[in-house]
Design a protein. Structure first.
Length: 417
């Protein structure tokens, strides 16, 4: 049973195909019938993300009471940094090597009777069908904003389209649904390996910082990324900057010994930023290629955590920042990503435990909620079980229990689509 089984059962029980149609004069029909099932969505611009790593607005407003004089000084400082910060962000963004991604669709041109006088319309039966879809997606732990996006896209793709023959209606709905789900994953993807190689042409070591809440698999992901880079012939230093948990320090050190990397650590309760700085200094002294910083994620003390992460980022000045989310956390992972995004601006996400998530809610929502791509995905417990995330492959696996994969068409997606 796939995650869409409930919705598809409802779609199959439409005894009267006319219950979702109205009779109108179809004087204008698109040359390409698929156009009737397309909705234009405007992706969120990265410039719309209000906060950045070095922004103090959010954190200061949480726990500091400022008088008018200090408030004016802060505003003046922010204005003076605005232009420099924007230029720095643009320069960094150019260093991420784009990776064209693929999308999924179902060809339905031959199924639609272009001369039909009946159109799919917002009848009570159609509204009930959309309500079933909403429940199905929410049960799959998709974020509310992502669910609303899918429902809006579905309505735009279906309402007003020529009504097909009864036997073809299910395929028409499948096509609209795949297109709507595919649209959630349309962000600017970049290639992890090529980006690291490109950055190394300018300087070493390359610094990668991992962030996320405790329990999502940051430490294991740090080890997997290190193993991946070591296998490519690069020397790696791991920084055990999660000094809040002694277990995290020991765990990362054990991983380093197994994969042939070095680990820089301190005692529990040490200064995370100092550990990151020591790791970088050590890498510079020994000529190592990459430093990977594992950070703390105790969200129950959010303000202190974000202050700590901000300090680590300021000291380490990482080239790449990755948010690590747990696919099994579903909508919680989406909310965590949004929370981190409100305090900082990461470059992409790593989704752990993707192989054990049959519902796919987190993967379908994180990219949409943050406008950042899922760059890597953990698909097992081994060091080699870290893959590049490809939207078309993910959707194919997610939907294969509900739909015939042979009906899917894989298409190239433009980066700016």
């Amino acid at each position: 049973m796939g995650f869409l089984s409930r919705f598809r059962r409802s779609a199959k029980t439409l005894d009267d195909i006319g219950s979702i149609a109205s009779e109108e004069d179809l004087t204008i029909v698109p040359e390409n019938v698929n156009e009737a099932y397309e909705v234009k969505t405007s992706p969120i611009s990265e410039h719309e993300v209000e906060s950045e790593w070095e922004s103090t607005e959010m954190i200061d407003s949480i726990h500091l009471d400022r008088d008018k004089k200090s408030q004016k000084l802060m505003e003046r400082k922010q204005q003076s940094q605005k232009i420099t910060k924007k230029a720095s962000i643009e320069k960094r963004r150019l260093k991420l090597v784009p990776r064209p991604s693929q999308g999924l669709s179902i060809d339905i041109d031959h199924l639609v009777d272009k001369k039909s006088r009946r159109k799919i319309s917002a009848t009570p039966t159609f509204a009930k069908l959309m309500s079933e879809l909403e429940i199905t997606l929410l049960e799959a732990d998709m974020g509310h904003a992502a669910v609303d996006e899918v429902l809006t896209a579905m309505r735009a793709r279906l309402i007003g389209a020529p009504l097909p023959k009864k036997g073809d209606l299910e395929r028409i709905i499948d096509s609209a649904l795949i297109g709507a789900l595919d649209s959630l994953l349309r962000v600017s993807y970049w290639d992890f390996d090529q980006t690291v190689q490109s950055l190394m042409k300018d300087e070493i070591p390359i610094i990668i910082m991992l962030v996320g809440v405790n329990g999502t698999g940051k430490t294991t992901t740090a080890a997997k990324i290190s193993h991946r880079l070591v296998q490519e012939g690069l020397s790696v230093v791991l920084a055990a900057a999660d000094t809040f948990r002694a277990g995290a320090i020991d765990q990362l050190n054990d991983h380093a010994e197994r994969i042939g990397a070095r680990c820089i650590r301190s005692q529990r309760g040490g200064d995370s930023a100092a550990v990151a700085r020591d790791a970088i200094d050590s890498a510079v002294a020994k000529g190592d290629d990459v430093v990977i910083i594992d950070t703390a994620g105790r969200m129950q003390n959010k303000t202190n955590l974000m202050q700590e992460l901000k300090k680590v980022h300021r000291v380490a000045s990482p080239h790449i920042v990755l948010f690590v989310g747990d696919a099994l956390a579903g909508n919680d992972a989406v909310e965590q990503a949004k929370t981190f995004q409100s305090f900082l601006n990461f470059d992409g996400a790593v989704l752990s435990k993707l192989d054990t998530d049959a519902r796919g809610g987190a993967a379908l929502s994180i990219a949409h909620a943050t406008n950042k791509p899922i760059v890597l995905a953990g698909v097992g417990q081994g060091y080699d079980d870290l893959i590049d995330f490809e939207p078309s492959n993910f959707l194919t696996q997610l939907l294969s229990d509900d739909m015939d994969p042979m009906s899917f068409t894989i298409v190239a997606r433009d980066q700016n689509e």
